[in-house]
Design a protein. Structure first.
Length: 326
């Protein structure tokens, strides 16, 4: 996994992925106590950065793999990214999704003509299900983070961040990245290493699902005790990826842990001051910038807004709880 793969993915994504904006607001700066820039990947196709990895992986398949079809497992954002890329390439897609995934994500994946297979996140192993189906049907498995082409696609976000940060006059500081298995964070870290080496990725995770933060401290891949229980469904993974963790360990600073309430509050801030709709996990990096300033270095901080695929009820919950306070 290297910068050349990320640049190759950027070439394949050209004219397909959106170059999402890097946004700012003086109101957010005041709350955070420093300049805050938000990379709005919720405006990407399918509502999250996952489209980049999905397109990168599907577009790299050979003719036999495309004919056989693909399978992926995801709580919804990787599902939609792979499903849209597969449909565009004329490839059949099967997606394994947890029963507790937001219904809007399940519906959107089916609308993209993918076959959805549901499983119980608390009692069943999605990876085992995916591998079993892949072997039985001759499908190519596209994992959500332990896949070099997926990491390369996510890393194209880092290339854009480096360029847009220079345009904004920011050349050093922390880059807060919403983090589950680490594909997004590791891809961005590799891109920044090459294009903006004075910037440091900081993984941000929900409380109780901080496997990456603990792994960075211990030097080993730690496992979460719980498999469900956070509203940040998009960034809940059992442990860091085998492929992603060495990259994270080499390039990232300490992890930042945010609460569900902080993510809901960040959703309200993003809507009030940037008119962005974020899902809880997609707002986690902004929550880190707004409410964990003492853990951040630099006069400016860049955050990823990784996804905006939120159910109406969850978005209403955020606005009801915090809308009048932001």
């Amino acid at each position: 996994m290297n910068i050349e793969m990320i640049r190759a993915a950027q070439t394949r994504l050209a004219s397909h992925a959106r170059r999402t904006p890097l946004l700012s607001s003086p109101f957010l700066d005041e709350v955070a106590g420093r300049q805050v820039f938000l990379k709005a990947e919720n405006l990407q196709h399918t509502g999250s950065f996952k489209f980049r990895g999905g397109w990168s992986a599907v577009s790299a398949l050979n003719a036999a793999q495309r004919k056989g079809g693909v399978i992926a497992f995801s709580s919804g954002n990787h599902a939609q990214g792979v499903a849209l890329a597969a449909r565009a390439h004329g490839v059949a897609a099967v997606i394994v999704m947890p029963t507790d995934a937001p219904q809007t994500k399940i519906d959107a994946t089916r609308a993209l003509e993918a076959e959805v297979v549901l499983y119980d996140r608390a009692t069943e192993d999605r990876k085992a299900i995916g591998q079993t189906l892949a072997e039985a049907r001759g499908l190519t498995l596209i994992e959500p983070f332990d896949n070099a082409e997926v990491i390369a696609g996510q890393g194209t976000t880092g290339l854009e961040i480096a360029e847009q940060a220079r345009e904004a006059g920011v050349t050093r500081g922390d880059v807060l990245v919403c983090c589950g298995g680490g594909g997004f964070a590791s891809g961005i870290a590799l891109a920044l290493e090459a294009e903006a080496p004075a910037m440091r990725v900081r993984p941000v995770e929900p409380e109780g699902f901080d496997d990456v933060a603990r792994s960075l401290r211990s030097g080993n891949r730690e496992v979460n005790a719980a498999k469900s229980g956070s509203i940040c469904d998009a960034i809940i993974s059992p442990q860091p990826g085998e492929m992603t963790f060495p990259i994270l360990h080499r390039l990232c600073g300490p992890g930042i842990i945010v609460t569900d309430d902080e993510c809901l509050n960040a959703m309200a801030y993003a809507f009030a001051h940037l008119k962005l709709v974020l899902e809880p996990g997609g707002a986690s990096a902004l929550a880190g910038a707004l409410f964990h300033g003492g853990e951040i270095e630099g006069e400016a901080v860049i955050c990823t807004a990784s996804g905006g695929n939120v159910d109406t009820q969850m978005f209403q919950r955020a606005l009801s709880a915090y809308g009048d306070k932001v």
